[in-house]
Ligand binder design. Structure first.
Ligand SMILES: NC(=O)c1ccc[n+]([C@@H]2O[C@H](COP(=O)([O-])OP(=O)(O)OC[C@H]3O[C@@H](n4cnc5c(N)ncnc54)[C@H](OP(=O)(O)O)[C@@H]3O)[C@@H](O)[C@H]2O)c1
Length: 275
């Protein structure tokens, strides 16, 4: 899926000349970085591993002749957030895409608490700190955009991914509120809430997705929605999954999500057969 010329011009004029994309080395962040470079924006790309960011930087520079700055930093740590802020202080930034994030799954009582706390730092604390910093920068310049990666799991509790879904409920709620609060300052805020997308997410979360979208199916709808709505459900599969539950009461949605996530994590509960 590709952006039209007029959409590329709109993105560049409203949100250029520089955009920051966290989580840009893989999956949805990588797709959004590709689309934004294709629209003529210069990019700051962030993730933890420099060896995965450098080839992305090389490809974007070669293919689109955009300026690319790599900031390899772990946003689960205050130092990583500070590095990103400091290393972008000299740039004219108009857009922040917060795609760095991950999930966990399985029985809550058997989860590794340190890992769950780390996920809260990446999915919530870093999003809060970066939205606060760049929201202020954008409000001072009276223009800008923030894209926060929520999820369809944000709309109800999800057994077997309880903490992950709770982190995304935070992101969804934050983005919805900021969309109205920052509008008078000329800042557009968008919650992007995809259903399952085939990325590195599945492996890190130890989930098995039966059906899923590709990053290419969600990137363009997310960018098209920026400045036009406060929430986007990108991709036909996302809309189908969310709308099919629309009339179900919230307690019922939680039970349905238990069945869905139960299936996606069933492999974790299978006892190996001994010889
Ligand atoms: N895939 C889905 O089904 C799905 C659905 C709904 C929402 N989402 C959300 O979409 C976002 C992107 O996920 P994805 O599917 O694209 O996953 P992905 O392919 O695993 O990409 C995650 C990106 O985040 C980076 N990252 C992870 N931890 C980081 C940290 N502590 N500091 C800086 N960067 C970090 C990763 O690079 P490094 O490992 O090098 O740090 C990678 O670039 C996440 O917020 C996820 O919750 C995903």
């Amino acid at each position: 899926m590709q952006l039209s010329t007029s959409e590329k011009n709109r993105l560049r004029q409203q949100y250029g000349p520089w955009a920051i994309v966290t989580g840009a080395s893989s999956g949805i962040g990588l797709e959004l970085a590709q689309q934004l470079a294709g629209a003529g924006l210069n990019l700051v790309i962030n993730a933890r591993k420099a060896d995965r960011l450098e080839p992305v930087a090389h490809q974007l520079k070669t293919e689109y002749s955009s300026k690319i700055r790599v900031v390899a930093a772990d946003v689960s740590e205050p130092l990583g957030v500070r590095q990103l802020i400091d290393q972008t202080a000299d740039l004219d930034i108009g857009l922040l895409v917060l795609s760095a994030g991950y999930g966990t799954s399985g029985l809550f009582l058997q989860s590794d608490l340190a890992e769950e706390m780390n996920m809260v730092r990446v999915n919530i604390e870093a999003v809060l700190a970066l939205a606060h910093h760049y929201g202020n920068r954008f409000a001072r310049q009276q223009r800008g955009g923030l894209i926060l990666l929520s999820s369809m799991v944000a709309f109800q509790g999800v057994p077997y991914a309880a903490n992950y879904a709770a982190t995304k409920a935070y992101v969804q709620s934050l983005a919805e509120a900021l969309a109205l609060e920052l509008k008078p300052a000329g800042v557009d805020v968008l919650a992007a809430a995809p259903g399952p997308v085939k990325t590195g997410f599945e492996q890190r979360a130890n989930m098995q997705m039966g059906f899923s979208l590709t990053p290419a199916q969600v990137g363009v709808p997310i960018l098209r929605a920026l400045g036009r709505r406060s929430t986007v459900l990108p991709g036909g599969l996302t809309k189908l999954l969310v709308y099919s539950l629309r009339t179900v009461p919230r307690w019922g949605k939680v039970r349905i999500m238990k069945l869905v996530m139960g299936g996606m994590t069933q492999h974790q509960r299978q006892v190996p057969v001994s010889a």
